[in-house]
Design a binder for this molecule. Structure first.
Ligand SMILES: *Cc1c(COP(=O)(O)O)cnc(C)c1O
Length: 370
């Protein structure tokens, strides 16, 4: 038996920037009230579940999926109100679409520009694909710093700009006029990431025809299909045709295609759930605002960012009480003492508020007695 080559170690073989990365951490949540990942807490009506079961039972899972996903794309067009001549490209979640876009433009020295704090995958995927990442700080109240953005665009000439609208983890919609100025100034593509469109009061889909360098990305994850993994990119065929070359032909499986199609046939059910979540959000926001020693940020998404003293302790206190949210403290200097809670079902929200108030109280006592 030849002995294995001593040079084949991860440290020698794997790209330096990959060795330096930390894997995206998904904490265990079994048995907890799960308010950490922007999932829709509501289940589907039993009749719709039966329809899905039938579709799945009859699915030809021995065959490769329809690589063009024609039938599903048609449904997506029907529920999205795309401007004429605009096309869609499907991804295995919108994370995959971010990766496709980056791969397509990652020439040596190419820059991916976004804002900070925002969705962490922009920076991670820039790193995966060998792009240079530039993160322009938001203002103190998490608004776009337009002069800084325009200066960074002039200086770095980004091939790709990502703007989450509403932004994650801050929950706000950026000023639409500022975004329009960024699109006009950008020498490359501007992707408006509308992962939370179902909970927001505005969209750039109607603007697609107006700017040749604008693309709009959406996902169905936050609408109630996180487990299916389905996102899409909307824009002109001139761009999407190029991206299609990089898309792996069977990136969306038979079952996700069929189930998503069935769900989109009942889009009204999902929209009704989204409307309920917006109401639940208003309740939750009011309670957070009324919580002593907590400061909540207004949100157009299905989560709320808030600040407390001793975020580490409060986060642990919530966990001890069976409630998992997202700790952002430590993720970025602008998010010091910040936590993010996903809007859950009413009983979950109530349990969260109760546990939060106890945890804050306990963290203050713990400090005083230390
Ligand atoms: C959740 C999220 C995504 C990714 O969603 P997928 O589940 O991969 O479709 C993309 N952008 C933002 C801003 C998000 O919050």
């Amino acid at each position: 038996m030849p002995s294995p080559s001593p040079s084949a170690t991860p440290e020698r073989l794997i790209r330096r920037e990959v060795l330096a990365l930390h894997a995206y951490h998904v904490p265990p949540a079994s048995g907890m009230i799960k308010l950490d990942a922007m999932e829709n807490p509501y289940s589907l009506p039993p009749q719709l579940c039966d329809e899905i079961a039938r579709v799945v039972a009859e699915a030809a899972i021995n065959r490769y999926p329809d690589a063009g996903a024609h039938s599903l794309k048609e449904k997506i067009r029907a529920v999205t109100a795309l401007p004429p001549n605009m096309d869609v490209l499907l991804g295995n979640g919108s994370d995959e679409i971010i990766q496709l876009l980056a791969m397509a433009v990652a020439q040596p020295g190419a820059v991916l520009l976004s804002v900070e704090p925002s969705f962490v995958m922009y920076k991670m995927i820039a790193t995966f694909t060998g792009m240079n990442y530039v993160g322009v700080p938001l203002t103190e109240d998490f608004a776009l710093d337009l002069p800084a953005m325009l200066a960074a665009i002039r200086q770095h000439r980004p091939a790709l700009v990502f703007l989450a609208y509403p932004n994650n983890p801050t929950g706000n919609l950026f000023d639409a006029d500022a975004i329009a100025q960024i699109i006009a100034a950008a020498p490359g593509l501007v992707v408006v990431d509308e992962a939370y469109y179902a909970f927001a009061s505005d969209s750039f889909i109607p603007q697609l025809a107006r700017y040749s360098n604008l693309l709009v990305m959406r996902t169905f994850s936050k609408l109630g299909m996180a487990g299916l993994r389905l996102g899409f990119l909307a824009g002109s065929t001139a761009w999407l045709g190029q991206m299609e070359k990089l898309r792996l032909p069977y990136n969306v499986g038979v079952l996700p295609q069929l189930v998503a199609e069935k769900l989109l046939q009942h889009h009204d059910v999902l929209l009704q759930q989204a409307a309920q979540i917006r109401e639940d959000r208003a309740w939750l926001f009011e309670r957070l605002v009324g919580t002593v020693d907590a400061h909540a940020y207004a949100s157009e998404a299905n989560f709320i960012l808030f600040r407390v003293n001793h975020a580490d302790k409060v986060f642990e206190g919530l966990k001890q009480r069976g409630i998992l949210i997202k700790k952002l403290h430590g993720a970025h200097p602008a998010l010091a003492d910040c936590l993010r809670v996903t809007v859950g079902a009413p009983a979950e929200n109530e349990a969260f508020i109760r546990a939060l108030q106890e945890s804050i109280h306990q963290s203050v006592q713990g400090i005083n007695h230390a």
